[in-house]
Design a protein around this ligand. Structure first.
Ligand code: AMP
Length: 592
């Protein structure tokens, strides 16, 4: 197949402003393509060489492209760069500079799609010493054989700027028309795509085996499934009503969604946008190897950064800090260890579970996971009571989560790959209360440390002072911000305040491992104040059945030796801080 066919089609597609026309040109291109290379044509048209989850990047630096253009056209690199700065598109520049005269006409051969594709693939895969020269040589050979128009698209493709505006859904439409006879077949083709995330593979299957093949499309280990998505509602009544009165409320962990494909040979991790993240999370791979007892499985979960010393969950930023890294992967994994909270099982030992109801998938998940510190199963309750849901929401937030994910458990509760429906509803807060100021809190108890902190304390139980009742009311567990020296000294330092039972002036719903006479005051700063069913500061003041807690608290380093426990920040002050700083949360702040 001649590459000029592709270049002509791209030009027409680019020129039209109507989506229908765009699809028509794409249909024409697909119909003109021999079936055995339809996958290649589809990948090229969306600016790729392989399905995105294979993680092979074609893009070469513009500098190299300019070098190749210069060697083929005889123009100086400066002249090319000057023109490029004017046009803003290296494709337009090369189209202008390439003429028959500039090329070595004697050796020119018409470009074929297969030839262009294979050369692109060689460019993408050449790495290591001498790779740059190889890439330039390969690109130059393509440009030498290209017409000006072909050169334009080759350069755009190679620099990662094809941008003819064909999205995956347009390709699905075009495939439905070209091979199925109409857009009404799009749904079936889309399903196949949702189960494999591989447009080229779907196109080739439909082209060679007909639409019937798509009906029996199966999920497979190693081909990421497009993730099921959630709708959003903002009241517990509404959410439960949508679920037919009853739902599973699960912690909505604030991290990075991972889909793990496990086989005896390998474990692959894919992001929500189907990128392959395996190399960035070797610790997660090892943890899954230990925790999953099935031979083959596809499971989904949320990867959350966890404080190695206290076991407390860290804010989202910490896990996103680990993503996209090329260097120091293992050392960052030690600094920010991850716990994967699994929430779904889509495939186990040869059986596809996507068409099973959610309770069945969860049962299967529980069967194949042996929970460890680094792989756990998502916390959940089943409820039909909106106030229970609200209470659970407060608890989730105080535990470092973003809110709840409420899930349907009825007969229709399949895993709907790639679709956003009301079978999953996210329930996040509308408001949050940021903490601008540090507070002084009293140490009332402690929790045994683990890991590096074994033998010392992992976290302290902190309280505010309630003037009215003359009691200390708990407001957070504090584990961050201490130096190694502080940590080592803590048991000795607090030994004099240790008592065998909770002190009569401490009001706590949490059971500490060690109790103290309220004496020592520390300065603490946190990310925000939040409602909590576990802490007693401000109990019932803002909401019935909830107190206030500090989320992600941190010791500032300031031991308030000058303060008596009664000089600590009061419960009233904390309630005021909560009210004063209440602010609406932006909707959908992150893409993960
Ligand atoms: P959002 O990103 O706000 O649209 O919320 C959906 C995301 O929440 C999912 O893609 C997951 O990454 C994440 N998530 C956290 N916990 C859960 C859970 N228990 N079930 C499903 N998704 C979860």
């Amino acid at each position: 197949m001649l590459y000029s066919l592709i270049a002509n089609a791209y030009e027409k597609i680019e020129a039209t402003t109507k989506r229908l026309e765009m699809t028509d040109y794409l249909v024409e291109l697909i119909k003109n393509t021999p079936k055995h290379i339809i996958d290649k044509v589809v990948y090229l048209t969306i600016g790729e060489l392989y399905p995105p989850f294979e993680g092979v990047e074609l893009g070469i630096a513009e500098k190299l492209a300019i070098h190749a253009i210069s060697s083929v056209t005889g123009k100086t690199e400066k002249a090319i760069l000057d023109d490029y700065q004017n046009t803003g598109d290296l494709g337009t520049t090369v189209e202008k500079f390439i003429t028959k005269k500039t090329q070595a006409t004697f050796f020119r051969q018409p470009l074929t799609v297969e030839g262009v594709y294979d050369t692109f693939a060689k460019i993408a895969r050449s790495t290591g010493g001498g790779a740059q020269e190889t890439k330039i040589r390969l690109l130059s050979s393509l440009l030498n054989d290209a017409s000006p128009k072909e050169a334009k698209y080759i350069i755009r493709m190679i620099t990662g700027r094809l941008r003819i505006g064909i999205a995956d859904m347009t390709v699905l439409d075009a495939l439905a028309v070209a091979y199925g006879g109409g857009k009404k077949f799009r749904e079936e083709i889309e399903r196949a795509y949702n189960l494999t995330s591989d447009l080229g593979y779907v196109a080739k299957t439909v082209a060679e085996e007909g639409l019937g093949a798509v009906e029996h499309f199966k999920i497979a280990v190693g081909k990421p499934i497009r993730p099921m998505l959630a709708e959003r509602l903002s009241s517990s009544q509404e959410i439960l009503a949508k679920m037919g009165g009853k739902g599973v409320a699960e912690y909505k962990y604030d991290g990075l969604r991972l889909q793990a494909h496990i086989s005896p040979k390998s474990i692959q991790l894919y992001s929500r946008r189907i990128e392959n993240l395996t190399d960035q999370f070797p610790d997660v791979v090892r943890a899954l190897r230990e925790a999953i007892v099935a031979k083959e499985a596809i499971v989904e979960g949320e990867a959350v950064g966890v404080d190695p010393d206290t076991g407390e969950m860290l804010p989202f930023q910490m896990v996103s800090h680990r993503r996209g890294r090329k260097y120091e992967i293992e050392s960052t994994a030690k600094e920010i260890p991850i716990t994967l909270f699994l929430f779904d099982a889509l495939y186990v030992n040869g059986k596809d579970y996507t068409m099973e109801q959610y309770p069945e998938r969860r049962r299967e998940l529980q069967k194949i996971v042996k929970p460890t510190d680094h792989v756990k199963i998502a916390e959940q309750i089943i409820t039909s009571d909106p106030s229970k849901l609200d209470e659970y929401m407060d608890q989730a937030i105080a535990d470092g989560c973003e809110g709840l994910m409420v899930k349907d458990l009825g007969p229709e509760s399949f895993y709907t790959a790639g679709a956003r429906q009301f079978k999953w509803i996210k329930y996040k807060r509308e408001y949050k209360s940021e903490m601008a100021d540090a507070v002084d809190l009293v140490v009332v108890g402690a929790f045994a440390g683990r890991g590096r902190r074994a033998g010392s304390y992992g976290a302290l139980l902190m309280a505010a002072y309630d003037h009215e009742s003359d009691m200390f009311k708990t407001v957070c567990k504090l584990g961050s911000g201490f130096t190694d020296e502080d940590l080592a000294n803590m048991p000795k330092m607090f030994a004099q305040y240790k008592i065998p039972h909770v002190h009569a002036r401490i009001d706590s719903k949490i059971k500490a491992d060690v109790w103290f006479v309220p004496t020592v005051v520390l300065e603490v700063i946190g990310a925000e104040l939040t409602l909590s069913p576990s802490h007693t500061t401000g109990w019932n003041a803002i909401k019935k059945g909830a107190g206030l807690a500090i989320r992600f608290p941190r010791f500032t380093g300031n031991w308030r030796k000058d303060r008596a426990p009664e000089d600590a920040t009061t419960v009233d002050e904390i309630i005021k801080m909560y009210n004063r700083q209440l602010k609406k949360i932006e909707v959908e702040p992150k893409i993960a």
